[in-house]
Design a protein around this ligand. Sequence first.
Ligand SMILES: Nc1ncnc2c1ncn2[C@@H]1O[C@H](COP(=O)(O)OP(=O)(O)OP(=O)(O)O)[C@@H](O)[C@H]1O
Ligand SMILES: [Mg+2]
Length: 260
Amino acid sequence: MSTATAPVTTTVTSTLLDFHDVEMTFPDGTVALRGVHLTVDRGEFVSVVGPSGCGKSTLLRIASGLEHASDGTAQVDASRIGYVFQDATLLPWRSVRDNVELLAELGGRSKEERRAKADRAIELVGLTGFEKHLPKQLSGGMRMRTSLARSLTLDPELFLFDEPFGALDEITRERLNDELLRLFVEQRFAGLFITHSVSEAVYLSTKVVVMSGRPGTVVRSFDVPFPMTRDMPRDPDIRFTPEFAELVGEVSRALREGHR
Ligand SMILES: Nc1ncnc2c1ncn2[C@@H]1O[C@H](COP(=O)(O)OP(=O)(O)OP(=O)(O)O)[C@@H](O)[C@H]1O
Ligand SMILES: [Mg+2]
């Protein structure tokens, strides 16, 4: 690793998301979350792994403001929040460009501004040349890129991801992981990323958080020591190192133990 490159994280930490003792009980009495403590600082990319139904999507919905915690404090100090769902949620009758422009359009931006933002975002996700395509003419990976681009037009300070690559094949997922890492270091948003894949979590993140089964709570938190710099987001080959395998093993063990 070159020491001349600037690190992604800055020494001035500022907390964008601060969950303290968060509980979520739905009106039907389902307790989805209990005693959740979680922070996401500027410069951090935090992944959350946990068993199905443990409240991960609920956590993200609270972070986005779509849902309100029933107890505890869920503080989010980000003025612009991006949200990418598992499903690309594109409008089928709109082209790639028109889908990407959607959020800027809802935000009341002028036509020129929308177009410029959309084209830049389309370029960032590598879809230049596909602006006029309809969603049905795209592969699953391209649809997900379109969805990413749509949120990028918001210049998010905090980016929330709910298993965005879960439905993709492994090669496409790995490629999108690398593109996401590049966007993370270039665009400097903080990330909160839900995934079922422990290796994806470790590869992408500066911190991995493990949740227990429902009611979900944070049982372990792991700092990921692998370097990430502006010039080299993360070396894809770290996936094949013993250190990487060891951390994946530790996280998987914590996940299994939290499951019991
Ligand atoms: N609106 C709701 N009303 C009642 N219960 C709900 C509601 N939304 C979610 N739940 C329940 O809360 C729990 C957590 O759901 P959530 O979708 O957050 O889980 P998850 O960890 O994202 O699961 P998965 O990994 O399968 O996506 C589940 O038991 C679910 O049935
Ligand atoms: Mg979910």
